[in-house]
Write a protein that binds this ligand. Structure first.
Ligand SMILES: *Cc1c(COP(=O)(O)O)cnc(C)c1O
Length: 440
């Protein structure tokens, strides 16, 4: 792919012209991190319409893990396009859908019998996981966690923790959703080493007292929380919650939409502590950029729903399924789990050096190629520093590195390079970040 950027990434004349047209016709509620328009992308580089190049530490929000123009994705999706674009799986089925479900059964944790249903977006997958869990248990309540993110539809807004920008002004929200604490080690009052045991005890106590375990259909958690700030629940937390769910007939749902498909150096992040979810939701990295999502789980749970109860016009579109098969082929062939672990090693090493120099870095965390730094005003008080996150992101963008922010307090810089990024380019991106620290 293209060489690393040499020109400063400034908004050129073509992007400016497109931005004016965009402002006139695209709804203002749809934002963009950068006002530069894409011409082509791949291999960790985004080239804009004016020929500027950006190093990509975003992957379209953890989507293009195999790259934005991966050979196998393009080849398989193009071949499928030429054969047929759509029939609707609910009208006349096709093999690609079945092959994706077979791959999901093989790759997701646990060796029990599994079944899947395919959808278009992450939010749709989460909604359907709730439908399945309610149908299977005959219960209504859904338990979610502080800092959790599950989407922008009505039910998934209710499941999402953060008000601005996701929920503000969009209520009323779906009922029977209950939020409990998560083991956020860096900010746990009695220290990270106690967070797993204490937070799980608090969460379980709240469920028992405020909801009643026998009323809970599903507990939904991201094994590494994404939008909430790349929070890895402290050790022991996930297994304790999963055990509680199993003991009380509650469907345990791992939302692996951001953390899944090699992103954390494992096929799925819940494998890290040997947790086997009843249901797992996937999207983002699954299909190399094509819109596809899935709910995969224990056959007896998935099959609790009456025939015709799940589906959608486009769910499991044949071109998206072909893309997914290409993406999975790439992940296996290039050992992208190994690549993700190597990215973690390089990034965390360099970030640790930066932290010694710049105490604004309060915490370095994440796994694989899902790494973040939490920025604070002072390492002792840990007061969130969203201004530093904003200033650093801006400085990186100006120098040709695309980074994203996240976190409940808006003070986290997250790094999600495509797993196929070359090590030189990765280091070049980190050089830009390091220079940005010197400038703020
Ligand atoms: C992005 C995301 C979603 C929502 O996915 P969409 O495709 O945007 O609807 C849900 N859960 C998690 C963990 C996510 O990161």
């Amino acid at each position: 792919m293209p060489e690393p950027p040499d020109a400063r990434c400034r908004r050129g004349p073509k992007s400016q012209e497109l931005q004016a047209r965009r402002t006139a016709t695209v709804a203002g509620g749809v934002g963009s991190v950068l006002p530069v328009f894409t011409a082509r992308a791949g291999g960790g580089i985004i080239e804009d319409v004016d020929g500027n190049r950006l190093i990509d530490f975003g992957s379209g929000i953890a989507v293009t893990s195999v790259g934005a123009s991966a050979e196998a994705v393009v080849r398989r999706a193009s071949a499928q396009l030429a054969d047929f674009t759509h029939t609707c799986f609910m009208v006349t089925p096709y093999e690609g859908y079945v092959e994706v479900c077979e791959a999901l059964a093989e790759l997701t944790p646990g060796d029990h019998a599994k079944k899947s249903a395919l959808f278009n977006s992450g939010a749709e997958a989460v909604e359907n996981a709730v439908k399945v869990a309610r149908s299977y248990t005959g219960r209504q309540a859904v338990v979610v966690f502080d800092h959790g993110y599950h989407g922008r539809t009505n039910l998934t807004m209710a499941l999402t923790a953060k008000n601005m920008p996701y929920k503000h002004g969009f209520g009323p929200f779906a009922p029977e959703v209950y939020r409990v604490p998560v083991a956020y080690g860096y900010r746990w009052p009695t220290g990270a080493e106690n967070a797993g045991a204490e937070a799980s005890a608090q969460a379980i106590d709240m469920i028992r007292k405020q909801v009643g375990a026998e009323n809970v259909a599903a507990i939904i958690i991201e094994p590494v929380l994404g939008e909430g700030g790349f929070i890895e629940p402290a050790k022991g937390f996930l297994p304790a919650i999963a055990d509680f769910a199993r003991d009380n007939g509650i469907v345990f749902v791992a939302d692996e939409i951001q953390s899944g498909f090699c992103r954390t150096g494992q096929w799925f992040a819940c494998e890290d502590e040997g947790v086997v979810p009843d249901l797992i939701t996937t999207a983002k990295g699954i299909a190399g950029g094509l819109p596809l999502a899935a709910v995969t789980g224990r056959a007896e749970i998935m099959d609790a729903v009456h025939s015709g109860g799940l589906g959608g016009t486009y769910g499991g579109n044949p071109v998206a399924c072909a893309g997914a098969l290409g993406a999975i082929e790439t992940m296996k062939e290039l050992d992208l789990n190994g690549r993700a672990r190597r990215i973690e090693e390089v990034m965390k090493g360099r970030l640790a050096t930066m932290q010694e120099k710049y105490p604004v870095i309060g915490d370095i965390r994440g796994r694989g190629a899902m790494v973040a730094i939490e920025l604070v005003k002072d390492p002792a008080s840990k007061e969130p520093n969203p201004e530093a996150a904003g200033a650093l992101a801006k400085a990186c963008h100006a120098e040709g590195l695309l980074v994203l922010t996240c976190g409940t307090y808006g003070n986290v810089l997250r790094f999600l390079p495509p797993l196929v990024i070359g090590e030189d380019l990765l280091n070049e991106g980190l050089d830009i970040l390091e220079q940005a620290f010197a400038g703020i």
